[in-house]
Unconditional design. Sequence first.
Length: 305
Amino acid sequence: NETTVMYFILLGFPTTAEQQLPLFSALLLVYLLTVLENFLFLLTIRNNHSLHKPMYLFLGNLSFLEICYVSVIEPKMIVDVLSDDKYISFQGCMAQLHFFVTFVCTEYVLLAAMAYDRFVAICRPLRYPLIMRHRFCAQLIAACWMCGLTTSSIKLSFIARLSFCDVDKINHYFCDISPLLNISCSDSSLAELVDFILALLVIMLPLCTVVASYICILFTVLKIPSSQGRQKAFSTCSSHLTVVVLFYSTTLFTYAHPKLMYTYRANKLVSVLYTVVVPLLNPLIYCLRNKEVRFAMRKTFTCRR
């Protein structure tokens, strides 16, 4: 009794009538703040030649990535809070899934590239200008985007082949892989295996790069004789390390496990962290812990006689 599914129903979070307006207002405010913060960060980097360095080139791409990232998920989620019509077309669901996986996989690899940049800056400081040239940084960023796009295309090619029975309800607030695998009427074992392998590769390989980079950084910093020098070296890495811990810990919980271990309630709550909270906090983490960025922002947005 399989039919061609034309749309899905996103169940989202169960709310009462009294909770809808406050939740809508909070989510809308968070979304607007996230876009504004990242846009201002991009504008600051663009307008200050002192920030035209490899580290800020990566940070600018991270901000642009997160503007795209939240814009794929949050507008639909915000509208659905007040709407009784929580339908999403099959094509719209696949498009949302494709862009979401592209952006999240790109961010995994981009954070690893940023860790490598910090490794070269601290462990190979004399060779840093030679290694981290503008062309090489642009190639790294292009490779990050290609990795995300390729991974998303492979995953989507297997998900789109699955059969769904009549109108299916997705117990999530956006089209994600695990909820779609759970409502499929056909055998999803191959799609599940491909998703699991790619998730491990895209998460674990960059994570190993990050861990290896910071182990080398730690040993190098411990060899610095002065405490002031050690503190300065650690301060250049603390913001990136904080973002890595927040992003990797939440997404690793969600994607690096089989479908049978998947629990909707826990997954939805953790998903809020990396789709709503982390993109909001990232610009604040980089700005508040970086004197150079704070000075550049004051220079850009304050009026002087």
